[in-house]
Ligand binder design. Structure first.
Ligand code: SF4
Length: 349
């Protein structure tokens, strides 16, 4: 059985074999991208016999929606169950005119960031291209007919650069006018900072916006928070980020999750100022969102403001990310664990 949403599926070839013109494959996918059909049976402009062949040989969906939650601020989150019963999550964020989707790239994550629910159980597997595209399709369908997706961030579960071979074809669908027509400049790939993979992306396609998750600006602290840093080191991460910047010409973004009492001191802010000196960078400060079962705390308002003021006073561009959808556990990995706990009979935290 082939997946309709996989751009490499043999749909066009099969249609040609059956005597149909090449545009028909685009038309079939369009039914699904535009949210007008969920099955081949609903594609009413196709001959009945063709619908039956497609039904027998292709599958429209690879996932089912396990839960769909909506927050007061309009953020919607889907927990999707995959064919092998694993679960991933993806989020639709509404902000002014922006309709941003945050999608996952793997089941679980091998990076092991200590404050992240996604990494607690390690990585299970890479998502397929169809599974990544399907997150876009399912989230786009949550919008009313007069709204379109405007931005994509690959910042959900998983390390995107560890699954580049399946991610890039999915992002090509996001860009394709026959898919979602989202400009490449509005697509952000977030990484913990894997130098070889950053260089590979720079070679293959440096048009994407790259966001490097730092969380600490000194090696000892970063290794404590992002264990994969031990084998890489900040210097190598920053050098690879610089090379990506040279290839793309676009300002780099660095993510910094602010953990109360851990990486929010004036000394931590000064380390970050030193690290970014001379670089065209934007720092996204993300006040930590407490995760049940993990020991990390949210920063106090005073320590958060002091940290940000210190960066700004030194000329660093800072943006504070609002915690949209906090009420529906929109921090990566939380919903999946909650549902897994429920399935195992655990009490809700
Ligand atoms: S923060 Fe991102 S890279 Fe780190 S463990 Fe979680 S999903 Fe993986």
């Amino acid at each position: 059985m082939h997946h309709l949403l996989d751009p490499a599926s043999p749909l066009a070839g099969r249609l040609a074999e059956l005597g149909h013109s090449p545009w028909r494959a685009k038309a079939v996918r369009r039914w699904v991208f535009a949210g007008r059909a969920s099955s081949f049976a609903e594609m009413t402009d196709l001959p009945k016999a063709l619908r039956a062949v497609l039904e027998a040989e292709f599958r429209v969906w690879t996932t089912t929606i396990a839960t769909h939650s909506t927050a007061e601020d309009g953020t919607e989150k889907l927990l999707l169950e995959l064919h092998d019963r694993h679960r991933i999550e993806c989020v639709l964020l509404r902000d002014g005119d922006r309709r941003t989707v945050c999608i996952s790239s793997q089941v679980g994550c091998a990076m092991g960031c200590v404050f992240c629910a996604s990494g607690l159980d390690g990585v299970v597997r890479n998502l397929s291209t169809a599974e990544i595209v399907e997150q876009l399709v399912r989230l786009a369908r949550l919008l009313p007919p007069d709204e379109r997706l405007s931005h994509v961030v690959v910042m959900g579960m998983g390390e995107p650069l560890a699954n580049l071979d399946r991610l890039l074809p999915a992002l090509a669908v996001a860009q394709d006018p026959e898919g979602f027509g989202i400009s490449q400049r509005r697509i952000t790939i977030s990484t913990v900072g894997l130098p070889a993979a950053i260089d590979r992306l720079a070679d293959l396609n440096p048009g994407y916006h790259l966001a490097v998750s730092l969380h600490a600006a000194a090696d000892t602290l970063r290794t404590r928070l992002v264990p994969v840093n031990e084998a890489i080191g900040l210097e190598a991460v920053m050098e690879a980020a610089d090379r990506y910047w040279e290839a793309s010409g676009r300002r780099l973004t660095f993510e910094y999750v602010l953990l109360g009492g851990i990486n929010d001191s004036p000394g931590d802010a000064r380390d970050l100022v030193r690290l970014l000196a001379g670089r065209a960078a934007l720092v996204n400060v993300i006040p930590y969102n407490a995760v049940a079962g993990l020991p990390w705390k949210e920063p106090t308002a005073a320590s958060r403001d002091r940290f940000i003021d210190l960066l700004r006073a030194s000329g660093v561009n800072v943006q504070v990310r609002r915690r949209k959808g906090a009420r529906i556990d929109a921090a990566c990995g939380q919903l999946r664990r909650l549902a897994a706990g429920r399935a195992a009979g655990a009490t809700d935290p």
